[in-house]
Every structure is written in C-alpha cells, then in structure tokens.
Design a binder for this molecule. Structure first.
Ligand code: ATP
Length: 136
C-alpha cells in the first residue's frame, strides 16, 4: 500500500503546489473530507475553502477556489479555478476584495448576488489561510 500521497494543486494560472505529503483534508462541496495513502479512488467537486495537508507532522494551508479533486491511492490532484499557498497570499489584496464584496452586497439591488457572495467567500478564506499559516 502507498505510504505517501503526491498532492498536486493546479489552476488555469499554473501549478500552485506539488509535493509528497502524509495526509490531505480538502473542502468538498458536500463537506470536508480527509485522504490518507491507500484511499479508495473517487472524484468530487470542491467549494471555496482551505485545503490542509500534513507533511512530517507539520500542516500546510492552500487556498482553493472551487474546482475538482481526483483522489487515487497514492495521489490527490486538485484542479481549482484559482489557488494559492497560504504564504503566497497577498492579505492586503484579499482585504480590499473583501471590502469591495461587502460594499456590493450592501447595495442589494442590481447586483449579481451569487457572484458577490463568491468574491466574499474567496476573500474570507484567503485571509483565514494566511492567518493559519502565520500561526504555525
Ligand atoms: P481579486 O478581486 O483581488 O482579483 P479574485 O478572487 O477575483 O481576487 P481570482 O479570480 O480568484 O481573484 O484569481 C485571479 C488570480 O489572482 C489568480 O492567479 C489568483 O491566484 C490571484 N490572486 C487573487 N487574489 C490573490 C491574493 N489575495 N493573493 C495572491 N494571489 C491572488
């Protein structure tokens, strides 16, 4: 049985992450799921959230903007709309995006509510991922 997982996170903007890890916890659309080496293969959709991996006992955090996860016995492939390692997140940019989304949502009329909500979720999760990484 596989002892490690190769975690690969890619988006149309490029490869965000590729490394051997011990465990992955990902934000599935139907809820968070955990993967250890030897997991039964499956494919699922992801929601905007934070993927956590563990390598040699240490956690790492990756922001993922929706997409898919393909799980194999020795590999997890995440195809996201966008993704950043927590340490690469520009927190000021995310805070600015949060302010913009909040302003839009306050207006309530003549806005694409789902789009503004998604922008809000992206900003909140980016800020949270950066915070989690900072606390390591
Ligand atoms: P913004 O409104 O600030 O552009 P967004 O949520 O609309 O944010 P995305 O469409 O998810 O941005 O991503 C576009 C590109 O910008 C991707 O390459 C993504 O990784 C990058 N990106 C977006 N926000 C940040 C951030 N706060 N820090 C680092 N990279 C970011």
């Amino acid at each position: 049985m596989a002892e490690k997982l190769t975690l690969e996170v890619v988006s149309p903007y490029g490869q965000t992450f590729k490394d051997e890890v011990d465990e992955v916890i990902a934000p599935g659309s139907e809820g968070e799921f955990g993967v250890l080496p030897g997991h039964i293969p499956f494919i699922t959709t992801l929601k905007i959230g934070i993927l956590i991996y563990k390598k040699n006992g240490k956690p790492g955090y990756i922001f993922v903007n929706s997409g898919y996860a393909e799980v194999y016995e020795d590999r997890v492939l995440v195809l996201a709309d966008s993704a950043e390692k927590a340490e690469d997140i520009d927190v000021e940019r995310a805070k600015e995006a949060l302010r913009r989304a909040e302003e839009l949502l306050k207006k309530q009329e003549n806005i694409d509510f789902a789009r503004a909500q998604a922008a809000l979720q992206r900003a909140i999760n980016r800020i949270r991922a950066a915070e989690l990484a900072g606390k390591r």
